[in-house]
Design a protein. Sequence first.
Length: 507
Amino acid sequence: MNKKVRVRFAPSPTGGLHLGGVRTVLYNYLFAKKHGGDFILRIEDTDQNRYVASAEQYIFDCLQWCGLEPDESAIHGGPFAPYRQSERKAIYQQYAEQLVKAGQAYYAFDTPEELEDMRQQFKTHDNPTPQYNYEIRERMKNSLTLSEEEVQRLLSAGSSYVVRIKMPVNEEIRFTDMIRGEVAFHSALVDDKVLLKADGMPTYHLAVVVDDHLMQISHAFRGEEWLPSAPVHILLWKYLFGLENMPQWAHLPLILKPDGNGKLSKRDGDRLGFPVFAMDWTDPKTAEKATGFRERGFLPEAFVNMLAMLGWNDGTDQEIFGKEELIERFSLERVHKSGAKFDYEKAKWFNHEWIKKTSVSRFSSLVVKDFESRGLNVANDQRLEKILELVKDRCTLLTDFYDQSKFFFVAPESVDVDSIKGKWNDDKTTFFKEWIAGWNNVEWNAAALEASFKELAVTKNIKVGELMLPLRIMLVGGKFGPGVFNISELIGKEETENRLKTAIQFL
Ligand code: GLU
């Protein structure tokens, strides 16, 4: 690769950042880092109607959480600023004019009513929503059909107009996609997209081409849903820049529902927690406040790993990858052509694996915060770390630590004595009382406690197995948790004694 690699993620700040968007970020990021290139974040905010004020900050926060920080952006700065399209308005107008002068675009003066009339008039059974295309444009009010004087008159009278691309009537538009290979479109099937809107703002189509050119983007990776727009972008590249230095395109596969039946919709997305974070605004598309992966207790490392595997693998069975390893192994050639199925259960599996392999000091503060939000205040100290270490294999999500370790801090509210009552007898009561009485001569650690417990069981001729479950239930309230002697060690002598004595009263 001789040209400096420069890739971009170009979100429109219209709502939360979902799974598919972050995967696009990730593949851009990995590619850039692998090739010593730059990753640029450009805010495509030219659609004022769909603009959501807090969405931009949200996007930055999400990328920071994921550890996928851009090299250049509206916040990070950079040599190609501004990185917000709304601040680049004047630039696009000049290119739109250039296209009109060259006869590759035209002014269209049609009012919304006239456009609606057109749709009604040309609607047929086979074509229920007629497009403004090479045929229709001949019958509409634009600089192709009006006289030059009339066009000048309308312009100087300040009439509202848009600029549309003039799609060729009979041309094959081809390009090579890095994932899909050769792609061809027939120009007649593409409508005359608006390039510049009545408010003087460009549409996405014009802005994306102009900015990819000006920002010297070498590769443009985006979701497959943009493939139908590609012919317009290729033509604009040809008209404006003679195709010189056009980025190499890669359209990433769709993310599908777990059963593979169709594209993952926003609705499934919210149900399955697709936004990265909860949004502090109501999503305009769903009118709902969705919770995100972060709130559900995902580690960013796991989230990123899971996303990487949604449509890519390194050719082996390996599934667990850290970011550095992903950068080293990633290649676009191994991105699949077909859609990738998203499975929330699999996402949780990734998280579980990451919790197991991550040092608890990395996430103890997050756990402390989660505890706090549920009214349990604990210090983030060595004891906490020991506890988290002990239970982490049982936790799939960070939010699972609460149930798995609450009993280390407070005595269980209810103890399931019923499940041990049946086999309880006075010998067992005596056993526990004597075990407690013997602690004075036992060092307070799990190994010593276990040895004294087993020794006493032998002396009393009671099977250890019959004593372990009662001990567990007395300590934690139910049939769960890590090793009972580890629990005793960590909750301390006094608390262990209290819990055993309280439970025995009910037996
Ligand atoms: N602004 C487009 C979006 O919202 C960007 C598409 C592209 O990367 O070209 O996804």
